[in-house]
Write a protein that binds this ligand. Structure first.
Ligand code: AMP
Length: 201
């Protein structure tokens, strides 16, 4: 199965991605992790990408599309987290692969912002557990705040989401691929809803 996760920052795409990928036995493709690999390489392109990411701005389409396209080539199933984020990216994705469903994690902006402010991620594996935990429940790694979870960067990410990414809801609705989930509730409730609509219970 080829799935896309869609929703504002803090809607739980990362968590849902892990749950669905584990259940289906397919890999997760996390766009920001692919971009971070490039930033760590120290290349000029990587430095350019990092400057956008740290501010909470979207990395330009041509760079992201190239990165994701080379990764998705020949994959027979995946859960795609963080791509597409613009109509241009969605159009390019259509040319690359045939997506089965787009899981839209509908989240009120106030709820999503609060989750971002509270969020901590594992230094080692990138997992984002419940914020009250002191270490990663998956690998024991140390938890830290994300560099782009400052109040200013969160605001930028939301502005960008509303302007660039939210039109994708109608884009995929028109294609009959959108599955809408109420993602305002705690993680286990949302998981049950997702598994139920995808027939994974
Ligand atoms: P995320 O971890 O999905 O919240 O993404 C973190 C940051 O990576 C975003 O704020 C963007 O700067 C960048 N990014 C991730 N996915 C994309 C994308 N599809 N298009 C442009 N920038 C992206």
């Amino acid at each position: 199965m080829k799935l896309v996760l869609l929703g504002p920052p803090g809607s739980g795409k990362g968590t849902a991605g892990v749950q669905i990928a584990d259940k289906l036995g397919v890999p997760r493709v996390v766009t920001s992790e692919l971009l971070k690999l490039e930033t760590r390489s120290g290349s000029e392109v990587g430095q350019l990408m990092a400057s956008y990411m740290d501010r909470g701005d979207l990395v330009p389409d041509d760079l992201v599309i190239k990165t994701v396209a080379s990764h998705l080539k020949n994959m027979s199933g995946f859960v795609l987290d963080g791509f597409p984020r613009t109509v241009k990216q969605a159009q390019e994705l259509e040319k690359m692969v045939d997506i089965d469903k787009v899981v839209y994690l509908e989240t009120r902006l106030a709820v999503a912002k609060q989750r971002n402010l509270a969020r901590k991620v594992c230094k080692l594996c990138g997992f984002s557990p419940q914020p009250h935990l002191m270490s990663c429940p998956r690998c024991g790694g140390e938890l830290q705040k994300r560099a782009d979870d400052s109040e200013q960067a969160i605001e930028r990410r939301f502005e960008n989401y509303l302007r660039e990414t939210s039109p994708l809801v109608d884009f995929y609705k028109a294609k009959g691929k959108l599955v809408q989930i109420d993602a305002n509730d705690p993680v286990d409730v949302v998981k049950e809803r997702i598994f139920s609509v995808l027939g994974l219970l």
